[in-house]
Design a protein around this ligand. Structure first.
Ligand code: UT7
Length: 326
């Protein structure tokens, strides 16, 4: 049984936060953010908007494109590090919002690789016949765990969601492979110390020591990201007997323009083979690839029968790739 992407969708907050506005919050500049990251603005959730809000809207749009009814969905996987609550899962909340009464629903914690990890799990359910229609969503409200006093991180992240409907299919327009990788020896280079069992909430630690906020050793993460994304991309190509010249379009995780450029350079892929929207949304973690995928799809950038490569890297470390014959 093959696996086909039959619908894509995305949803973003309406509120835009520009680099110029960030200059008034922390000691930074539009010039620094633009040259070091490529980001110009990001979307920020407002009161009453949660991870489930964007996840459900992105899913509705993907289901509308696929012509899928909520009751037909067998499985909902949400990659997120900013769930509505530690439990229940945001996927269960989204199941309720969608009326997807026949679905099994769970969240998946693989940071920025969460969407591609989800696609990889969905692929196994679909190929085995355990499911026929699956929703995979990446959704984040990172603005609620970012330290707005830390210029090293607060300029990088944004909120939003992207989703796909994956279906069992017999045609050739299918997922060719998925690969997932983890390297836990670097877990403490990118993490949120104060939200789990290791540092239970106390006023002094959680708030005063700012443990509730995301921490990142940006420079170290940068170097690992470039190497890992190259490795994940090459694994996908090798597994399918392809070379970079066979790739029509690459959608990488949108963390930093310099990471993306270094990765494509190592792979020998030209800028014409790249889709990015990082300048408008910043790093939306698990949502970045499905948002970009939905935009590329709706803009007609992905041609039928073209080879689409998606590559992710994130906290854990986790990294992953997926290759699609569109
Ligand atoms: O989503 C998956 C994982 N995340 C990533 O892939 C992100 C990986 N890391 C990065 O994208 C980059 O490392 C950053 C954008 C975070 C930082 O860029 P960098 O070129 O690695 O800069 P750096 O950390 O080496 O810092 C350079 C300087 C420092 O000043 P000193 O020590 O040289 O005086 C920082 O204090 O830039 C300073 N700096 C800033 N200056 C103005 C850091 N943040 C800012 C800022 N505005 N916002």
């Amino acid at each position: 049984m093959n696996v086909r992407i039959t619908g894509t969708g995305s949803a973003l907050p309406g509120k835009i936060l520009t680099n110029a506005e960030l200059e008034r919050l922390v000691d930074t500049s539009d010039e620094w953010i633009t040259t070091r990251t490529g980001i110009k603005e990001r979307r920020i959730a407002v009161e009453g908007e949660y991870t489930s809000t964007f996840a459900a809207e992105a899913a509705r749009r993907a289901m509308a494109m696929a012509g899928a009814h909520p009751e037909e969905i067998d499985l909902i996987i949400i990659g997120t590090v900013t769930p509505d609550f530690p439990f229940p899962s945001t996927a269960c909340i989204v199941q309720d919002l969608l009326g997807a009464t026949n679905a099994t629903a769970f969240d998946l914690s693989a940071a920025c690789s969460g969407f591609l990890y989800g696609v990889s799990i969905a692929e196994k359910f679909l190929r085995s016949g355990a499911a026929r229609k699956v929703l995979v969503i990446g959704s984040e409200v990172l603005s609620r765990i970012v330290d707005w006093q830390d210029r090293n991180t607060c300029v990088l992240f944004g909120d939003g969601a992207g989703a796909v409907v994956l279906e069992a299919s017999e045609g050739d327009h299918s997922l060719l492979s998925t690969h997932t990788f983890s390297n836990g020896s670097f877990w403490n280079l990118l993490y949120q110390p104060g939200s789990g069992s290791r540092n239970p909430a106390t006023e002094s630690r959680t708030i005063d020591e700012r443990l509730i906020y995301l921490k990142m050793e940006g420079n170290d993460v940068f170097k690992h990201a470039v190497r890992a994304m190259e490795e994940a991309a090459l694994k996908a190509l090798d597994a399918n007997g392809l070379t970079p010249s066979n790739i029509s379009l690459m959608i990488p995780h949108q963390a930093n323009r310099r990471i993306i450029d270094a990765t494509t350079k190592r792979l020998g892929l030209g800028p014409d083979k790249l889709f990015t929207n990082l300048h408008r949304y910043g790093n939306t973690s698990s949502a970045s690839i499905p948002i970009a995928l939905d935009e590329a799809n709706r803009q007609g950038v992905i041609k039928p029968d073209s080879k689409l490569l998606m590559v992710a890297f994130g906290g854990g470390f986790t990294y992953a790739s997926a290759l699609v014959n569109w």
